[in-house]
Design a protein around this ligand. Structure first.
Ligand code: RRO
Length: 333
């Protein structure tokens, strides 16, 4: 008999195969450990003009400037309602990703989730607040504006606490952009510590404002923002691992229990093993899901379990955050 080996939940990254009910149903039927919707705004948005998405032929990276095309929050809440109340036997995580376009819109969307007539909150587990969309023309990334982020959290906090006490305590998480300076992790962890309703972060969103060029036509590969777009896929993995590990260390130092979803360049079971070593509790798959389709989840689970068996591990606790730092060697000049 196969030994029991734990595998972290592997979910889709918001934005990947999750914009319509048809796509979401495919995820629901797949081996994914959870579902996250396309980031939703209050109303339907067509997004940026095409071409707005491109995949490198060798699966090195993707570049996108979708511009938040989505069918509006109600559409995605109705999708979860159509699944019915989650059976106790199911551990398939249900998450709705919400954009932060304004303070007012965030409050209105929260009121919709907790509407006592539709009772959408009954059908979901979590809200992932997207503070890091890189592709909104004329609008910066909120999670790079620490003061703006704290003001937004101060605004939604009383609504979340009120609804949590009356109806249901949902999990709330922040989808974060990549940070590059060590002090930034301490600041963001310090902000998160002030809002106990935040139970998870998802790091990283795409690396903002990359540029790919077609030398034959001497043209940008995508159209919006003069060709700038968010980078995903294999080339962003070291940045994603660094962000997972830096947040893991910052939270541990502050005795904060915050789940970390690692996202960025997950293509294999080995990649997932690296994310867990760095401190991830779960991983999400974006570019590779777009390339391979929902069969990716079963493959990744099998590959991860094979590595665990080969290394003699059975539980995630034996691996999570156990990354060792290379020893000093004497090859200095
Ligand atoms: O829709 C997008 O352009 C988009 C979003 Br909302 C996001 O969070 N990350 C990304 O790479 N693209």
């Amino acid at each position: 008999m196969e030994p029991f080996v734990q595998c972290p939940l592997i979910v889709n990254a918001s934005g990947c195969m999750c914009d319509t009910k048809k796509a979401l149903n495919k995820l629901h039927m797949s081996a994914a450990g959870g579902i996250c919707t396309k980031t939703a705004t209050l109303k339907h948005r067509p997004g940026n003009p095409s071409p707005r998405y491109w995949e490198h032929p060798d699966e090195l990276f993707t570049i996108n400037s979708m511009g938040l095309p989505n069918l509006g929050i109600e559409y995605y809440l109705e999708f979860y309602k159509s699944l019915g109340i989650k059976p106790i036997s199911s551990d398939k995580h249900r998450c709705v990703s919400l954009a932060v376009m304004s303070l007012e819109e965030s409050v209105t969307m929260l009121e919709m989730v907790f509407n006592p007539v539709t009772e959408y909150y009954k059908y979901i587990d979590a809200i992932e607040w997207n503070l890091s969309c890189p592709n909104l023309v004329g609008k910066g990334i909120l999670a790079y504006d620490f003061q703006g982020m704290a003001t937004w959290l101060d605004t939604i906090s009383p609504y979340i606490i009120k609804h949590g006490s009356i109806y249901k305590q949902l999990e709330h998480g922040l989808k974060l952009p990549p940070y590059f300076e060590p002090y930034q992790f301490d600041i963001v962890a310090g902000i998160i510590a002030k809002y106990p309703f935040i139970t998870f972060i998802n790091t990283i969103n795409s690396v903002p404002n990359g540029l790919e060029i077609d030398i034959e036509t001497e043209t940008t590969i995508i159209h919006p923002k003069n060709g700038l777009g968010g980078l995903g896929g294999k080339i962003v993995q070291p940045v994603a691992l660094a962000n997972v590990n830096c947040f893991y260390r910052a939270f541990r130092q502050m005795d904060l229990v915050i789940q970390i979803i690692g996202t960025g360049g997950v293509q294999s079971g080995e990649d997932i093993f690296k994310f867990v070593l760095a401190g991830a509790d779960m991983v999400s798959v974006g570019s590779q899901l777009m390339i391979e389709g929902p069969g990716v989840f079963e493959r990744l689970q099998a590959e991860f379990r094979a590595i665990m068996i080969q290394k003699g591990y059975a539980n995630l606790a034996q691996v999570k955050g156990k990354l060792k730092v290379a020893c000093v060697t004497d090859d200095v000049i």
